[in-house]
Write a protein that binds this ligand. Sequence first.
Ligand code: NAP
Length: 253
Amino acid sequence: MMMNFSGKVAIVTGGTSGIGQAAAIAYAQQGAKVVIAGRRSIEGEETVKTIKDAGKEAFFIQTDVTQESDVKAMVDKTVEVFGRLDIAFNNAGAYGESPSLSEQLDSEYDRIMNVNVRGVWLSMKHEIAQMQSQGNGAIVNTSSILGVVAMPSIPLYTASKYAVEGLTKAAALQYAKSGIRINAVGPGAIATEMFETATGGQDEAKADMAGIHPMGRVGQPSEVANAVLWLSSDDASFTTGETLMVDGGYIAQ
Ligand code: NAP
């Protein structure tokens, strides 16, 4: 894939592993300067090293997206170091299952909603402020197939991704005339740490998950990253408020 992100600056939240890490590396490969945000500094610095070893520019900033002061510092540091902010991939996410909704803990609600909804909202809030001052920008939020259909064992996660859909669409409309495009990506099951958690690392559960996708397999982080890069590129100049599914046909069923 060839896209020109030369001179562009991109933030990736949840860039310490999985889909975010793949996107951060892909942005850098296409010429962007990349800011990797997440809580785990060892993993974050490893991603930075991968990018720098390839002769590209990046830095890590320890960020908890549920904390507004961290999110503000993430954007401020980006502008301080790289001078601007063109692209944001708001990808940090938390997963949680609850076979019995009636027994689910209050703390689980807070954990999932705070990362998946509050984190995306806070990220957009501070990113958009900077992008408005520049007159342009592109944001991609990570939704899910569970942002458009429900799965019975995962109600709060499903609700959080429906909220990401709503935030993405409303923000896209609010800023449609400001030169800021806001879209989402909707992955199916993707082979990451979250997928390991969801399947308990069990081969049978992984095969079951693969089997519910029409392509008969799960996706790779790089396959999601490719879609994210397109949505954040000038090639997607008339696309806003959209969710691009990367799901092996799951939602088409
Ligand atoms: P992952 O490897 O577990 O990545 C999750 C990322 O979120 C990590 O980098 C983690 O970084 C970050 N994160 C979690 N809480 C955070 C917080 N409070 N502040 C900052 N960063 C936080 O799993 P993944 O599959 O790549 O997940 C990425 C996104 O894809 C998530 O939004 C997830 O919901 C979505 N998704 C995944 C799948 C799938 O099957 N894998 C399917 C649909 C959607 P730290 O731990 O370093 O903070």
